[in-house]
Design a protein around this ligand. Structure first.
Ligand SMILES: C[S@@+](CC[C@H](N)C(=O)[O-])C[C@H]1O[C@@H](n2cnc3c(N)ncnc32)[C@H](O)[C@@H]1O
Length: 254
C-alpha cells in the first residue's frame, strides 16, 4: 500500500488530491474518505492523521512558558508537597514535554527540596509522532532548534552519528499517550498545569470552546493553562482569569 507523501496535500484540504496518490486497492477518493472515516483500517487512519496534521515544534518554544514554570508555577505548586501533574496536550515530536521535564530537573537541581515530584503526561493524535517521542532520538536539525550547548551536554547522550538521545532521567518523567482533543479526557485524570500550545488554530471557534471548557474540567483547583504565544481565550471560555507574567500571559482556573 502506498500513500501520498506530500504532507500538506491533505485528504480534506483545499488542494486537489491526485488519483496517483490513492492506494491501488481504492477505486476512488470517495471510497478513501469512507474508509478513513470508518476507522476500520488502522494504517489508513494513521496515514490520514499524519497527512492532515502539522507537527512544527522546537525546544523551549517561546522561552517564557518554561521560565514561568521554573520561577513561578513549580515553586507555588511545590508547596503542596504532592506530585505536580503537568499535561502537554499536543506534544508533536516530544520537544515540548521533554523541555518541561528538563525545566523540572533544572529547578530541582537549583533549589533542592523545592519541588518534590512531577509527572508529565504528553499526548497527541498522531501515533507516528508518539512513537518518535518514545524513542527520544533527535537528528541534528531538530537538535539545532532551541537547545543550548549546556542543555545538550546535560540532558542528551551522543549517539555518534549526528543524532542524540534524551537521557533516561528526563524520559522517566514523561508518559506518552494517544489522545484526540475532540474526545473525552476523563481517563487522563486531573492536572495542575496544562500546556495546550499551537494546536487550537486547527479548530473552529465552537470546537475551541469545547476543548477549553473540557480542559478547565481537567484542572485541579487553582490550576494553570498555557497557550501558544499567538493564541488567546477571548470569546471562547469564561473559566479562566488572565495572569500577566511579563513577558507572556498564562491563565488560571477561576
Ligand atoms: C504545531 S504542533 C504543536 C506542538 C507543540 N505543542 C508546540 O507548541 O510546539 C500541533 C500538534 O497538534 C496535534 N494535533 C492536531 N489535532 C489534534 C487533535 N485533534 N488532538 C490531539 N492532537 C492534535 C498534531 O498532531 C501536532 O503534533
Amino acid at each position: 500500500m502506498r500513500y501520498c507523501s506530500r504532507r500538506q496535500q491533505t485528504i480534506f484540504g483545499q488542494k486537489p488530491f491526485e488519483s496517483a496518490c490513492l492506494p491501488t486497492w481504492l477505486p476512488s477518493l470517495g471510497e478513501l474518505l469512507t474508509q478513513v472515516i470508518s476507522g476500520r483500517n488502522r494504517d489508513l487512519r494513521v496515514a490520514a492523521v499524519d497527512a492532515m496534521t502539522t507537527n512544527e515544534t522546537l525546544w523551549f518554544r517561546d522561552g517564557y512558558p518554561f521560565d514561568v514554570l521554573a520561577n513561578r508555577l513549580l515553586p507555588e505548586l511545590g508547596e503542596g508537597r504532592r506530585p505536580i501533574k503537568i499535561w502537554s496536550a499536543a506534544s508533536s515530536s516530544g520537544q515540548e514535554p521533554y523541555s518541561i521535564a528538563m525545566t523540572v530537573l533544572e529547578t530541582q537541581a537549583k533549589k533542592p527540596g523545592s519541588v518534590s515530584s512531577v509527572q508529565v503526561t504528553a499526548t497527541d493524535i498522531s501515533s507516528t509522532m508518539l512513537a518518535n517521542c518514545r524513542t527520544g532520538i533527535y537528528d541534528s536539525l531538530a537538535l539545532g532548534r532551541g537547545l543550548s550547548p549546556e542543555r545538550k551536554r546535560t540532558f542528551f547522550k551522543d549517539l555518534g552519528d549526528g543524532r542524540m538521545e534524551v537521557m533516561d532521567n528526563v524520559k522517566r518523567l514523561v508518559n506518552f499517550r494517544h489522545q484526540n482533543l475532540l474526545e473525552s479526557y476523563s481517563l487522563l485524570g486531573k492536572f495542575d498545569i496544562i500546556f495546550c500550545r499551537n494546536v487550537l488554530i486547527y479548530f473552529s471557534a465552537d470546537i475551541k470552546s469545547k476543548v477549553l471548557n473540557q480542559m478547565a474540567a481537567s484542572l485541579n483547583p487553582g490550576g494553570y493553562l498555557m497557550l501558544g504565544a499567538s493564541e488567546s481565550l477571548t470569546g471562547l471560555t469564561d473559566k479562566f482569569e488572565m495572569v500577566r507574567c511579563n513577558p507572556g500571559i498564562i491563565y488560571k482556573l477561576k
